[in-house]
Design a protein around this ligand. Structure first.
Ligand code: ZN
Length: 329
C-alpha cells in the first residue's frame, strides 16, 4: 500500500508527518503545491532526503479541467521549477487537484512527461471524522494484493487529525500483512529493494581462554518498508573454522526501517606467532534485497610475541601441541 499526502508542504504540520513516518520506517509520496514549495523549500528537501517521492499537485491547486492547455502546462511547469529550485528532482507523477482529470488533461500532462495518479482509498480526512474514524476508513478499504493508494492530506486545516490517525493506520495495516511503499514511475506502489553491503573487519586476537569477537556490520543502502533478510555463513581462508573461529550460519533479518545489523564471529586466542589470519563472511539467499557485497574478509591480527626460536624454550613449543598438524604441514 502507498500513503500519499496532498496539498503540502505545510510549515505547521509537514515536519511532524515526516518525523512520524521516519519513526515507523514508512516511505510515502507527497503531492506538493508549487506555491507552498516556494514558501517552504526546506521541507520538500527534507522529504526527498528521507526517501519520499515528491509529485506535482499544480502551482495554486487549480482545477485543471478549467484551464486551457497552455494554463495546464504553465501550472505544472511552475511547480516542477519550484521543486527543482528546492534542490529536489521531481518525480514524473502528477495528481490533479480534486481528482479532476480527463483525456485532455492527461494528454497535456503526458506531453510534459507526467503521469496522472489518482487513488484507491479515500478516507475523506480533509472533510470530517476524528482520528479513529479516519484510520478505520482507511483500514476498511484496503484490499489484499490490491494497489491500495491512500489519499491523505498534510497541508489542509484538518491535517493534524490525519497526523493523529497515522500511527493506528501503520500499526494495523502491518498487523494485517501490508507493507508500505512509495509510488513508482507508473504511479503504482513500489516497495524499495535495498542493497546489502558488508565491509571487511579486523580484530586483534585475544589471549588463550579469552575469546574475542570479529564483528561484521551489514548495511542496507536504504530503509526497508518490509522485512528483508540475507543468509550469512563463515568460511575458512587461512583461519580455519572450528580452530580459529566458531562457525556461523544464519539468516540476518532487517526489521522495517532498520539499516544496520551486526554479525559476531567468536575468535579463539592462541599463543602462536602467526601471520595475520583471514576468514570470510559470505552472503547469499537474499530475500527482498539485492546483495552488493557477496563476501567480506575478517582479519585476525596476532597479538602474540615473536617466538624465541631456541628449541629449549618450552614456553614456545608447548602450545603447539594442541594444534592440528595438518595445518602446519
Ligand atoms: Zn489537493
Amino acid at each position: 500500500m502507498a500513503l500519499t499526502f496532498d496539498d503540502g508542504p505545510s510549515s505547521a504540520l509537514t515536519p511532524s508527518f515526516l518525523t512520524s513516518l521516519a519513526k515507523r520506517g514508512v516511505p510515502a509520496t507527497f503531492f506538493v503545491v508549487g506555491q507552498r514549495v516556494a514558501a517552504s523549500p526546506a521541507l520538500v528537501r527534507r522529504a526527498a532526503r528521507a526517501g519520499h517521492v515528491v509529485g506535482n499537485h499544480s502551482y495554486a491547486h487549480e482545477n485543471l479541467l478549467f484551464l486551457t492547455d497552455a494554463g495546464i502546462r504553465s501550472t505544472l511547469r511552475r511547480t516542477a521549477t519550484a521543486i527543482r529550485s528546492a534542490g529536489v528532482t521531481p518525480s514524473a507523477l502528477m495528481r490533479p487537484p480534486y481528482g479532476a482529470v480527463d483525456d485532455r488533461v492527461r494528454r497535456v500532462a503526458g506531453e510534459l512527461g507526467l503521469t496522472s495518479v489518482l487513488w484507491d482509498v479515500d478516507p475523506r480526512d480533509w472533510e470530517f471524522g476524528d482520528a479513529a474514524t479516519i484510520a478505520r476508513r482507511v483500514l476498511g478499504a484496503l484490499h489484499p494484493h490490491g494497489s491500495n493508494v491512500v489519499l491523505l492530506h498534510d497541508g489542509v486545516a484538518r491535517s493534524s487529525i490525519t497526523l493523529q490517525a497515522l500511527p493506528a493506520i501503520v500499526r494495523e495495516a502491518r498487523a494485517r500483512g501490508y507493507c508500505f511503499a512509495r509510488l513508482g514511475p507508473g504511479g503504482r506502489p513500489t516497495p524499495p529493494v535495498p542493497a546489502v553491503s558488508v565491509p571487511d573487519t579486523v580484530v586483534r586476537e585475544g589471549d588463550p581462554g579469552s575469546p574475542t569477537t570479529l564483528r561484521f556490520t551489514l548495511r542496507l543502502d536504504r530503509p526497508t518498508s518490509r522485512r528483508v533478510s540475507v543468509r550469512v555463513r563463515t568460511a575458512s581462508v587461512s583461519a580455519v573454522t572450528g580452530d580459529d573461529f566458531t562457525r556461523v550460519v544464519r539468516r540476518v533479518r532487517f526489521p522495517v526501517g532498520v539499516v544496520r545489523r551486526s554479525v559476531a564471529v567468536s575468535v579463539r586466542g592462541d599463543r602462536i606467532d602467526e601471520a595475520r589470519e583471514r576468514m570470510r563472511l559470505r552472503l547469499d539467499r537474499g530475500r527482498r534485497l539485492t546483495i552488493a557485497d557477496a563476501r567480506a574478509t575478517g582479519t585476525i591480527r596476532d597479538n602474540d610475541p615473536r617466538p624465541n626460536l631456541d628449541i629449549r624454550d618450552a614456553s614456545v613449543v608447548e602450545p603447539l601441541e594442541g594444534r592440528p598438524w595438518s595445518r602446519c604441514g
